[in-house]
Design a binder for this molecule. Structure first.
Ligand SMILES: [Zn+2]
Length: 132
């Protein structure tokens, strides 16, 4: 059900942007979802199409996954984390419990499991197109 409240929040902020830009209709909305965020894009897309107000009647919603950037707390190395490079079971464990990532991922330079997630969480509006 998480996806439904997210869809509401996305539509609310997209509507704000549309009002600021004085758009009569919104044709495209691009949403980025952090790779470590627990979101199912198909459910989010469904929620968006069910909830969308008049302004978004013709809108195409693009939902993109954003890569994660991790930073080692020991040696300050930052690296890109690719969920696809992990085996499926590990990737799923991380997807459902982001906190579990600390038991699977280690710094490529010093091997420390102590890192922070710089990007890879959250959901944001990346782009919007519309007609005035
Ligand atoms: Zn390190």
């Amino acid at each position: 059900m998480h996806e439904w409240s997210l869809a509401e929040a996305i539509l609310a902020s997209a509507k704000q942007v549309a009002e600021q830009e004085k758009l009569k209709e919104v044709t495209e909305v691009t949403i980025k979802v952090g790779e470590l965020q627990q979101i199912e894009p198909p459910i989010l897309r469904f929620a968006l199409t069910q909830l969308k107000p008049e302004l978004f009647k013709k809108t195409k919603f693009h939902i993109l996954k954003a890569k994660s950037t991790l930073k080692c707390r020991v040696c300050a190395t930052t690296w890109q984390f690719n969920l696809k490079k992990l085996d499926k079971a590990t990737a799923e464990a991380i997807h459902f419990v982001p906190e579990a990532s600390h038991s699977f991922i280690k710094c490529p330079k010093c091997g420390s499991p102590d890192f922070e997630i710089v990007t890879g969480r959250g959901v944001w509006l990346e782009d919007m197109k519309g007609a005035k």
